[in-house]
Design a protein around this ligand. Structure first.
Ligand SMILES: Cc1cc2nc3c(=O)[nH]c(=O)nc-3n(C[C@H](O)[C@H](O)[C@H](O)COP(=O)(O)O)c2cc1C
Length: 223
């Protein structure tokens, strides 16, 4: 499965099997975590065989079960942390999907207190991503119409439409899809987060999907 197939196949999964992640798979994930930390100035941690973070009433209320592995998205407590956590976290989600694993982004329904996460001085835990072998593969989410999520005055090039199709497959908090992509007159693309919980994390996630769908060689981001 390549990354584009993984973006189409991925759905949030909240129930996991009692099946550990094999050492070679964990090693591949850790190598990608290190690359993301280097490129994104983050301190993402892969925590395995640790059921504490999802052993709480909130997680049960959120219908999570069997979660023993997660990525902790930690980084410097600055203005860009949420978007970077979204972008690099989704890169890990998609890699995990290509390796046969399932995931779910989790902003609220876990226990920060019980989680085994190192947060250094000046750092913040943005959120976590549950990881493991799902009891199911999840189900597709409902979408807003594409025209509500973007603006391309004067016609939509094929690469922009493909970018949008993949952005719409992305996970967003409570499936809010509070983002907008605008094709500027100079051909650059401006991506905006609208108001909503975790919408800056969502922005990083959807930008990662848009880049791969549209092809990075076809466009540049507007500042
Ligand atoms: C930033 C973010 C935070 C999320 N937080 C939670 C959460 O706390 N609990 C939960 O059950 N799902 C959470 N989700 C999962 C969303 O509900 C899910 O991605 C959305 O409904 C779309 O479904 P899909 O991922 O299957 O496409 C979160 C997703 C994102 C992107």
């Amino acid at each position: 499965m390549d990354v584009l197939e993984a973006m189409r196949a991925r759905h949030s999964v909240r129930q996991y099997l009692d099946k550990p992640i094999p050492a070679d798979v964990a090693a591949a994930l850790r190598a990608e975590v290190e690359a993301c930390n280097r490129e994104g100035d983050l301190n993402i941690q892969l925590v395995t065989d640790e059921p504490g973070a999802f052993d709480c009433a909130m997680a049960k209320y959120g219908s999570f079960s069997g979660v023993c592995n997660y990525f902790a998205l930690v980084g410097p407590d600055d203005d860009g942390l949420e978007e970077r956590a979204g972008y690099y976290g989704e890169r890990l989600v998609i890699l995990a999907q290509t390796l046969g694993l399932n995931t779910c982004w989790v902003g609220l329904t876990f226990s920060k207190k019980k989680a085994h996460i190192q947060v250094g001085p000046g750092e913040k835990l943005a959120l976590v991503i549950a990881l493991g072998y799902g009891a199911t593969q999840g189900a597709p989410h409902k979408d807003k119409p594409m025209e509500k999520l973007c603006q391309a005055d004067g016609g939509m090039p094929d690469w922009f439409r493909r970018g949008m199709e993949y952005a719409m497959r992305a996970p967003t908090a409570i499936n809010q899809q509070k983002f907008r992509f605008v094709l500027e007159p100079d051909g650059k693309v401006r991506a905006e987060a609208l108001r909503g919980p975790f919408s800056r994390v969502d922005l990083g996630i959807v930008k990662y999907h848009f880049e791969l769908g549209a092809g990075r060689e076809n466009f540049a981001w507007a500042e």
